[in-house]
Design a protein around this ligand. Structure first.
Ligand SMILES: Cc1cc2nc3c(=O)[nH]c(=O)nc-3n(C[C@H](O)[C@H](O)[C@H](O)COP(=O)(O)OP(=O)(O)OC[C@H]3O[C@@H](n4cnc5c(N)ncnc54)[C@H](O)[C@@H]3O)c2cc1C
Length: 328
């Protein structure tokens, strides 16, 4: 249907990346605004299980393109298939995750169709019969709302964790529409030779526990201590921009408006003051524990638990206690 809202189902090693379900959640809200349906579209070498899962998370229809050429992730092939589906069905808007894979497919598909693309969207709302897409601009100093008036569909990538997960109901299933889209290796200019996992890969966005450090750590040595605590708890290490700018830790760890948006079960902020731009990336964490030697630090206003003191004294005590509790 013309007003349908489409969600691209991103998957890796045969599993849907959980944040595709966030898109089904916000997609459903948008579709309700249009009185239409939220649909999923999936591309892969085997799509049946993926389509079933998308149905349980609220997609009413799943459009699928299947074939050997889609084994493993191959941006060029996926983008061609996505453009084919979008051109054929012309939904109101197509939402992709703002991840490397999602952005790769969305950007190439939009270019192929000659449509605009709104990247890293943090707000989506039906307004005047179109979806208004909001994103940060000018280094995060402004937010800007855009509507691609002439594009059908509009295309957006959406920042992970910017929206709540859609609800799962295993009894629900979607109608699956399998489209034949002939694509051979010979039609593609690129070939994926190998995937090499980064030795320093950090999956902050999906971590349940994050131990994060700021300028108050004083040096990169402080991060070694936070890493020990994070490893003990099975978590990941995050950072404020001040710590990243000081080159104590790489940018991929940065949390905040110009870093990653996270929503772990526990966020432990050490030596972080709680600037608005940092809070923008972590304030919806389930539980925030702040360690800061300044009792008036703004982070305490956002924290569920606050510890006033020097992290160099507190973090080693936490490590010792957790080792005892966890028998490590
Ligand atoms: C457009 C824009 C985008 C931005 N994007 C981001 C972003 O994505 N992420 C981000 O984090 N920031 C971002 N910032 C920067 C932000 O405004 C703050 O400057 C930054 O978050 C401050 O980092 P901090 O809390 O580590 O440092 P500070 O504000 O300097 O705070 C350090 C804290 O450590 C405490 N402290 C000192 N020593 C100790 C100790 N031994 N033990 C315990 N506590 C101690 C101090 O009391 C203080 O509260 C952005 C800014 C702009 C303008």
């Amino acid at each position: 249907m013309a007003n349908d809202v489409w969600v691209y189902i991103e998957h890796k090693d045969g599993d849907i990346t959980p944040m595709s379900f966030e898109l089904l959640g916000i997609g459903k809200q948008l579709a309700d605004g249009f009185g239409s349906s939220v649909c999923a579209f999936v591309i892969g070498d085997k799509v049946d299980d993926l389509a079933k899962e998308a149905g349980a998370f609220g997609a009413t229809k799943v459009y699928a393109v299947e074939g050997d050429v889609f084994k493993g992730f191959r941006g060029e092939a996926y983008a061609k298939a996505a453009a084919f589906l979008l051109e054929k069905y012309k939904p109101e808007i197509a939402l992709f995750r703002a991840t490397s894979m999602g952005t790769d497919v969305a950007a190439a598909a939009a270019a192929q169709l000659g449509f605009g693309l709104c990247t890293d969207t943090i707000g989506l709302a039906v307004d005047g019969g179109k979806v208004k897409m909001t994103r940060a601009a000018f280094g995060g100093n402004y937010s800007v709302s855009v509507v691609n008036e002439k594009a059908a569909p509009q295309i957006a990538t959406v920042r992970p964790k910017a929206f709540a997960m859609g609800a799962k109901d295993a009894s629900k299933s979607a109608e699956v529409v399998k489209e034949s889209f002939a694509l051979a290796d010979a039609d593609l200019a690129t070939k994926v030779v190998e995937f090499i996992k980064s030795a320093t890969a950090v999956n902050l966005v999906e971590a349940d526990i994050i131990v994060s450090g700021g300028r108050g750590l004083g040096s990169d040595a402080g991060f070694a201590m936070l890493q020990e605590l994070a490893d003990l708890l099975g978590g990941a290490v995050g950072a404020s921009r001040a710590a990243v700018d000081s080159e104590w830790i790489p940018y991929e760890h940065q949390v905040g408006q110009t870093g990653k948006t996270v929503k772990p079960k526990i966020y432990i902020a050490c030596g972080i003051s709680g600037a608005i731009q940092h809070l923008a990336g972590m304030r919806t964490s389930d539980c925030i524990v702040a360690i800061n030697k300044d009792p008036d630090a703004p982070i305490f206003k956002a924290a569920s638990f606050g510890i006033v003191g020097d992290y160099k004294e507190i973090v080693p005590k936490m490590i010792e206690k957790f080792k005892g509790k966890l028998n490590k």
